[in-house]
Design a protein around this ligand. Structure first.
Ligand SMILES: C[S@@+](CC[C@H](N)C(=O)[O-])C[C@H]1O[C@@H](n2cnc3c(N)ncnc32)[C@H](O)[C@@H]1O
Length: 265
């Protein structure tokens, strides 16, 4: 799957991305605590220069900026980057945002104390060369002893059971509309990659689109492909890219819903 199709997936999802969370602002605040704590534990008291290299609409970038860090957010999706800037400004957060592919970061070598890549962004890269290129790019923009923070789904079990769907998630917006989000997965023959069909059911009259009569649902379907990289595979990739102290932290340790990798440049 090409980077343009991943870009299209997230461009199309941008306006509704916050609906993945029961309450996006609560998630921003909770994740800020998680990642701010990790930064402090590894780098000492901040503020730190943080690059969020898959910032999306700003779930982590905004919260970290509100905690006083000097945050740059980059992402493949121009619409997500634009929304991250707007949402940050609305909340009084200062972030520098730009469109960039994490495999080719147009940023100064050594410019950041930490690089964050959160919530399963890396699995959109489908080949070993692409994952290696992204980790090399991140390694290049980190300062000496800088920190990589990466989160992914816990794929080891998932690969054993090869589920074909995710549980529905519900979110209720301020106007009382409840959105249902779920995914259908079709596994490739290699047992590692899967096509992901992302569904959102949004009640009529709650998605800002014209022409609804308030009696049904609008169904949005977007398709992409992911590589279900295990933590062991990612440890190998990070080590090959030159990172040291590669460590996985469990959800019980961090409070985040995915395993979190930390590693030093
Ligand atoms: C699941 S979203 C997570 C976004 C954000 N971190 C959050 O938690 O809200 C994955 C993000 O990775 C971005 N992404 C995928 N491939 C990328 C690439 N090659 N370079 C930069 N960003 C990429 C997507 O555009 C998307 O915004």
């Amino acid at each position: 799957m090409s980077s343009s199709s991943v870009r299209r997936f997230y461009d199309e999802l941008t306006a509704d991305y916050h609906r993945i969370f029961p309450d996006w602002d609560v998630s921003i605040a909770r994740q800020a605590t998680t990642f701010d704590t990790l930064l402090g534990a590894h780098l000492g008291p901040g503020p730190h220069r943080v690059l969020d290299c898959a910032c999306g609409i700003g779930t982590q970038a905004i919260g970290l900026a509100l905690r006083g860090h000097d945050v740059t957010g980059t992402d493949l999706s121009p619409r997500a980057v634009a929304r991250a800037q707007t949402e940050a400004a609305t909340r009084g957060a200062r972030i520098t945002a730009a469109v960039a592919d994490m495999r080719r970061l147009p940023l100064r070598p050594g410019a950041f104390d930490a690089v964050l890549c959160a919530d399963n962004a890396l699995p959109h890269l489908l080949t070993g060369d692409d994952v290696a290129a992204a980790l090399a790019a991140v390694h290049r923009v980190l300062c000496d002893d800088g920190l990589l923070v990466l989160t992914v789904r816990d794929y080891a079990d998932i690969r054993r059971t090869r589920p074909t769907s995710t549980s529905p998630q519900l979110s209720t917006t301020a106007d009382g509309g409840t959105t249902i989000t779920f995914q259908l997965w079709r596994w490739h023959d290699d047992g590692e990659r899967y096509d992901l069909r992302h569904f959102q059911l949004i009640p009529d009259g709650h998605d800002g689109r014209d022409g609804s009569d308030g009696t049904g649902w609008r169904v949005h379907e977007r398709v992409t492909t992911c590589w279900a990289l295990t933590t062991a595979q990612l440890t190998d990739f990070a080590t090959a890219a030159g990172f040291t102290d590669v460590t996985w932290h469990t959800p019980q340790e961090t409070g985040f819903y995915q395993p979190v990798l930390t590693a030093r440049r």
